[in-house]
Design a protein around this ligand. Structure first.
Ligand code: NAD
Length: 363
């Protein structure tokens, strides 16, 4: 199979879909790998590393898309990339279709087979291709929130860990999955007082057993969220209903009860966000204010630490990428129902039920 890897074109996105190590493995499996020149630079991988791995370089994205049977990327294809997809081509990348009807329409029209990293599952019920980026985004969230809390950046002017005689920041993490757990660990490590809320009691039990002394847990009822939000200096939004748009758990009306200058870090923004007032921002201009409350809503947070993220993502995607290349998408999905769960679009049809429900399209 010919595997193509174009340069990411989403603003401030420095990750790359294939590491030189992944390219080397694909070549060793007998595949041809075509990488756009310069695609790895942002993650610290020069073209020479891909050439040494046995890949060939192409000058433009057009050449990569034209040559490849399967495109491996990081972010959802942007409009100019969607125009390059063709019938029968496989696209393996993050898609996040639920909040994105324009992209969905274009992918349906392309006739391509689109497998979304974020809906591939594993035996434990987890999302193995979302998890590494969730680990990164979770660990970044308190770091970005702490920056947002600084006075010069418009925040409350509160130090996460406090100092002797001055209490620490209070942090509420909504959703105790991969993002939430990593965010809570880092926020607690910075010295903040952290509470994690979740709708899943088994999840809360697990967190309590493992992190009982590090942060507190509460059930994610509307009342608990309202009470804890009013006390918080920082709120991290980290909920996920796989494939569906994120539920809005902090309404605009609730902002009036929050502390002025509090920082909302909506990591779930890639699924539409869990604060009513969230809208996607970029690393260029990450923070905006609504009713005196600061919102950080960067949809591709891991791009800020592109090298760590690219290697972590590559470690997770490589076995699936090789299965798709070795067996073809149909056989690979038939052999592995967890990979099949990643299939979102095929030959002009939506194939993921949760995504279809979110978009009001039959799947
Ligand atoms: P996860 O499945 O590991 O965790 C989600 C948690 O949310 C689960 O524990 C679930 O029980 C909980 N939950 C669901 N509905 C809830 C509700 N109503 N109230 C409270 N908790 C609820 O998911 P994750 O990997 O932690 O991802 C969380 C979000 O972060 C996703 O939307 C993901 O796409 C996003 N994400 C964003 C970025 C970014 O750069 N912005 C990067 C990585 C992940």
């Amino acid at each position: 199979m010919r595997i193509g890897c174009p340069t990411e074109i989403k603003p401030q996105e420095y990750r790359v879909g294939l590491t030189p190590h992944a390219a080397r493995e694909a070549v060793a499996h007998g595949h041809e790998v075509i990488v756009q020149a310069g695609a790895g630079i942002g993650a610290g991988f020069p073209d020479a590393d891909y050439l040494a791995a046995g890949a060939r370089l192409a000058d433009t994205a057009e050449e990569v898309f034209a040559a490849a049977d399967m495109i491996v990327k990081v972010k959802e294809p942007q409009a100019p990339e969607r125009a390059l997809l063709r019938e029968g081509q496989v696209l393996f990348t993050y898609l996040h279709l639920a909040p994105d009807p324009d992209q969905t329409r274009d992918l349906l029209a392309s006739g391509a087979t689109c497998i979304a990293y974020e809906t591939v599952t594993d035996r434990a019920g987890g999302l193995p291709l979302l998890a590494p980026m969730s680990e990164v985004a979770g660990k970044l969230a308190p770091q970005m929130g702490a920056w947002t809390l600084q006075k010069a950046n418009g925040g409350r002017g509160v130090l996460m860990g406090g100092v002797p005689g001055v209490g620490p920041a209070e942090v509420l993490v909504i959703g105790g999955g991969v993002v939430g757990t990593h965010a809570a660990r880092v926020a607690a490590g910075m010295g903040a007082e952290v509470t994690v809320v979740d709708r899943s009691l088994p999840r809360l039990r697990h967190l309590d057993e493992v992190f009982g002394g590090v942060f507190r847990t509460r059930y994610a009822s509307t009342g608990n969220i309202a009470e804890l939000a009013a006390r918080a200096d920082m709120i991290v939004g980290a909920v996920l209903i796989p494939g569906a748009a994120a539920p809005k758990l902090v309404s605009r009306g609730m902002l009036a009860d929050l502390k002025p200058g509090a920082a909302l870090v909506d990591v779930a923004i890639d699924q539409g966000g869990c604060f009513e007032t969230s809208r996607p921002t970029t690393h260029d201009d990450p923070v905006y204010e609504v009713d005196g409350i600061l919102h950080y809503c960067v949809a591709n947070m891991p791009g800020a630490v592109a090298r760590t993220s690219t290697i972590a993502l590559g470690n997770a995607t490589m076995p699936y990428m090789l299965a798709l290349a070795d067996r073809g998408w149909a056989q690979a999905c038939a052999a592995d129902p967890h990979l099949a769960a990643g299939l979102n679009v095929h030959a002009g049809r939506l194939t993921n039920e949760a995504v279809g429900q979110a978009l009001g399209i039959e799947a």
